[in-house]
Design a protein around this ligand. Sequence first.
Ligand code: ADP
Ligand code: ADP
Length: 227
Amino acid sequence: MGPPGAGKGTQAAVLARDLGLAHLATGDILRNETAAGSPVGLKAKTFMEAGRLVPDDVMTQLVGEYVVKAAKANGFVLDGYPRTLPQADALQALLEGASIVLTAVVNLEVPEEVIVARLANRQTCPKDQRTYHPVNNPPGKPGVCDACGSALVTRNDDSEAVVRNRLRVYRESTAPLVEFYKKQGLLKSVDGLAAIPKIVLAIKGILDEAQTAGPDSGRGTGRGETP
Ligand code: ADP
Ligand code: ADP
């Protein structure tokens, strides 16, 4: 979890690569659906361009399909979902139905002023959705994706006006999830201002610790209390 631009995609991509997990990023999935002109993509487009959330029922149906596929593999890192309390409830039901235990909820903390500056300079690969930053996380060759060689673009929802709207939506609809997961003893907050490799190490430490504690510790059941 984390506000727009907190570094969720950057971290999730590294964790997925290093730990052999599937990376389920709802923003990436939606952008791919939009580019393909699918019915879901067309429905999502106007919400995304305005920096508003795509309706919960659309999201839950979309994530359900991917989670069930990924559950058969080695596990997954969810990036950008859930973003509302109804989505969190739907996820809990989905995971329980598939006997999957949520290991941890990592919350990247970054102040809003830093976010606006980061997103104004974010460069995104339109093909594989990797993100870069000319100073904080530059590609090897300026303007070109390291992984697939595509020309990087600025997402049309990274303009300052839309970012301000996304931050408002985050405060109103998504921030309450911090408390929701804290109550379950699952929330692990990380300083999102640290250098990218340092955050990777911190999250890996959190995941190791959560796995050592195991599913019997009361986490992931929805019944755990804040320690
Ligand atoms: P999110 O998926 O949360 O929206 P991204 O992972 O796309 O965020 O990161 C947003 C921007 O900030 C990108 O340009 C990325 O390169 C940059 N970034 C990511 N993590 C850090 C960090 N720890 N410090 C500075 N910049 C970062
Ligand atoms: P960021 O992390 O930079 O805010 P994402 O790529 O995760 O951006 O999401 C981009 C847009 O896709 C969001 O502003 C929203 O319109 C839509 N979206 C992504 N995930 C969800 C979700 N779980 N619920 C509703 N809308 C979503």
